[in-house]
Design a protein around this ligand. Structure first.
Ligand code: CP3
Length: 365
C-alpha cells in the first residue's frame, strides 16, 4: 500500500481548489517562512532541545512540531514542511550549516568546473533525504486533514548560485560569471540539479505532500536572456517531469507553484511553463501581473513583507487593496517573500485575518 493511501482526506482544500482554478468561497492564505525565527515558540524549542537549524530539519519529529507551530496561532490554509532548499547541495557532498549571526556557511564552494568532480553526482536523494519524506508523512498524520501540506525544493539556478557564491552576499558575481565563462559546465550542473529536484519532489508527493512550490529565489539577477537560457528550461522540465513521473507510478499529480523572485520579465513565460500557480514578489502591481499572466493560471502573493511592520490600519488597508487588485478567484494570498525574523507575530495574525475578512466581504457582494 502506498503511504498516501493511509492518510486522511483534507477538510480545508481551499488552496488546492484555488491552484486548480476551481471556485473558492474565500481567498486561501499562507506565508512563505511562516515557521521560524519570528515565533518565540521556535526560539524556545531550539533552546530547550539545544539544537541547531539542520538538527531540527533532520529530525522528523522536530520538523513536524515546528511546521505545526504557526498553524496553532493563525488561521492558515496550508502548512509547509520545515526544511531548507540547501538539503540538495548537502546530499551532493557540500557541508552546509546555518550559524547564528553569520547565516549560511558552506564547507567548500564550487570555484571551477573541475570542482564538479567533488560532487556526489550519483547520490540518491530519495534515500539520503528520507528524513524529509518521514517528516512529511508524520506531519500529514498530525494535521489530520486540517489543511494541505506543501513540499518544496530550490530550483536549479538558485541552488547553483548558493553552491558557487555561498550564503552571504558575494563581492563578485561568481555564479553569474560561470554562466558566461563556463556555459557548458553551468548547463551540466543545472541538469544534474534538475534531475535531483525531480526525484526529490516526486518522493515528497509519495510521502504525502499535496502541493509543491519551487523556489527560484535568485531569478531576478539573471535578466531576461540568461533567465530564458539558464532558468526557465529547467523550471519547465521540473514541472513536466514531476507530473509525468507521478502519473507513471500511479500517483495523482499535485498542483505546482513557481516562485521566480524579481522575474517580472518572465511572467508571460512562467504562466505557460506547466505550473498551476505563479507566485509574485511585491515589486509588481497585481493588476499588471494578471493582465500578462492571463486567466488560465492562479496567482500567489504579493504583499510587501515590510508591511508586517506597519500599524494595524495601514496593514489592513494594504491587504484590502491587494485583494481588490487580484480578485478573489484563481488567487492565493501570501507575502511577496518570506516573513522577516523581527516581525511581531500579532501582525501576521492581522494579515491572515484581514485576508479572510475582506475576501469573504468581496465574495458576498
Ligand atoms: O517557509 C517555511 O516556513 C518553510 C521553511 C523554509 C526555510 N527555508 C526555513 C529556514 C523554506 C521554504 C526555506 C527556503 C529557502 N532557504 C530559500 C528560498 C526562499 C527564500 O527565502 O528565498 C532560500 C534562499 C534558503 C536558504 C537559506 N536558509 C537562507 C538564506 C537562510 C537564512 C540564513 C540566515 O541566518 O539569515 C536559511 C536558514 C533558514 N531556513 C532558517 C529557516 C527558518 C533560519 C534558521 C535559524 O536561524 O533558525
Amino acid at each position: 500500500m502506498s503511504t498516501t493511501a493511509t492518510l486522511t482526506q483534507t477538510e480545508n482544500d481551499l488552496i488546492l481548489r484555488a491552484a486548480r482554478g476551481q471556485p473558492t468561497e474565500r481567498v486561501p492564505v499562507w506565508l512563505m517562512r511562516q515557521a521560524g525565527r519570528y515565533l518565540p515558540e521556535y526560539g524556545e524549542f531550539k533552546l530547550k532541545h539545544n539544537v541547531g537549524f539542520f538538527d531540527m530539519v533532520k529530525t522528523p519529529s522536530m520538523a513536524c512540531e515546528i511546521t505545526l507551530q504557526p498553524l496553532r496561532r493563525f488561521n492558515l490554509d496550508a502548512a509547509i514542511i520545515f526544511s531548507d532548499i540547501l538539503v540538495i547541495p548537502q546530499v551532493l557532498g557540500m557541508g552546509v550549516d546555518v550559524v547564528e549571526g553569520k547565516g549560511v556557511i558552506f564547507d567548500f564552494l564550487l570555484q571551477t568546473p573541475d570542482d564538479l568532480d567533488k560532487l556526489h553526482q550519483d547520490a540518491d536523494v530519495v534515500r539520503d533525504l528520507s528524513y524529509v519524506m518521514d517528516a512529511i508523512t508524520m506531519t500529514r498524520h498530525a494535521l489530520n486533514g486540517q489543511c494541505p501540506l506543501f513540499g518544496f525544493s530550490g530550483a536549479p539556478w538558485t541552488l547553483m548560485k548558493f553552491m558557487i557564491d555561498g550564503g552571504s552576499h558575494s563581492p563578485l558575481p561568481k555564479a553569474r560569471k560561470w554562466l558566461v565563462t563556463y556555459p557548458d559546465a553551468s548547463r551540466k550542473l543545472l541538469q544534474l540539479l534538475c534531475e535531483k529536484v525531480v526525484d526529490y519532489l516526486v518522493a515528497q508527493v509519495k510521502a504525502g505532500a499535496q502541493i509543491l512550490q519551487v523556489f527560484e529565489s535568485c531569478a531576478g539577477e539573471l535578466g531576461p536572456d540568461h533567465f530564458a537560457e539558464f532558468s526557465l528550461p529547467y523550471l519547465k522540465d521540473i514541472a513536466y517531469r514531476t507530473k509525468e513521473k507521478l502519473c507513471e507510478t500511479g500517483f495523482e499529480p499535485v498542483p505546482m507553484v513557481v516562485f521566480a523572485k524579481d522575474a517580472h520579465f518572465a511572467i508571460d513565460d512562467l504562466s505557460n511553463s506547466g505550473y498551476d500557480v505563479v507566485s509574485l514578489d511585491w515589486t509588481i502591481n497585481p493588476t499588471h501581473a494578471r493582465r500578462i499572466a492571463g486567466k488560465h493560471v492562479t496567482l500567489q502573493g504579493n504583499l510587501n513583507p515590510c508591511l508586517l511592520y506597519a500599524k494595524e490600519g495601514e496593514l489592513k488597508s494594504a491587504v484590502k487593496t491587494m485583494l481588490q487588485r487580484f480578485g478573489t478567484q484563481r488567487y492565493i494570498a501570501n507575502l511577496g517573500h518570506g516573513v522577516h525574523k523581527d516581525v511581531n507575530p500579532d501582525n501576521v495574525e492581522t494579515f491572515v485575518n484581514a485576508v479572510h475578512m475582506f475576501s469573504e466581504d468581496i465574495n458576498a457582494t
